[in-house]
Design a protein around this ligand. Sequence first.
Ligand SMILES: [Zn+2]
Length: 273
Amino acid sequence: MKKNFDNAIELFTLTEEELAKINKYSLTELTEKDIFAFNVILCDNEIDRDFECFDRDALEKLAELFVGKTGILNHEMKAENQVARIYSAEVETEDTHSRLKARAYMLRSEKNSSLIDEICAGIKKEVSVNVAVSEIVCSVCGEDVKHSHCEHIKGKDCYHILKNPTDAYEWSFVAVPAQKNAGTVKSFAEKEDLEKYVQIAEKYKNFLRQEIVKLTAVVSPELSVKSVENICKSLDVDGLEQLRRDCLEAESKHFTPQLVKSKEENSNNNFLI
Ligand SMILES: [Zn+2]
């Protein structure tokens, strides 16, 4: 099952101790300047939009299962999308609220630079996890509804408690949804930080425009840069995201034979963030 968590990423400064933990996962000795590290909240014990929640023991188990796991983009299990790795994880509890907080690192490579910029700008902040649990329990009668059923209707009479995780397959960065969900906007408004939100949105739109200009140069070289820029100016974030997806799709078709032969040499890999 997949679970999404918003406001998921925080930055921190790397210490020697953290660096030593990271180097356990690396074939070559990495230094501070090779690495971008961040905290990521993977999930918590609150009832989510599917009327489901993990219990605290499940979070503890997931903390063990997630260490060493790779983070990917939008749940696409392709090697080039595996961008970050969790090197430690723990459950934080305050009153009745518990959350699973992991530390992750990624390499400061050219390929990752756009994603790092987006994380720093606060754009990629929703994270989604893909896990398996062996028990799903009704909050009212305690029946294991994974293996049996009960009379209660989820979301109306009860919620479901996710227990005994058996696997954590992966975690994934999710781009800001095309329709900005109320939660995202609300969290900015609460901080009275709307100005920052506008700046971030503008930075994201610029990023999309630049990507589209680069991609169209490859897939539609007959279009002038000026025309492409004019098209981009008339589009909102949703329109820009759609156009970028279309361009990436066109580009992947365009380059399939070469990609198979020499993935490394194809500079267009840089666009696959
Ligand atoms: Zn029940």
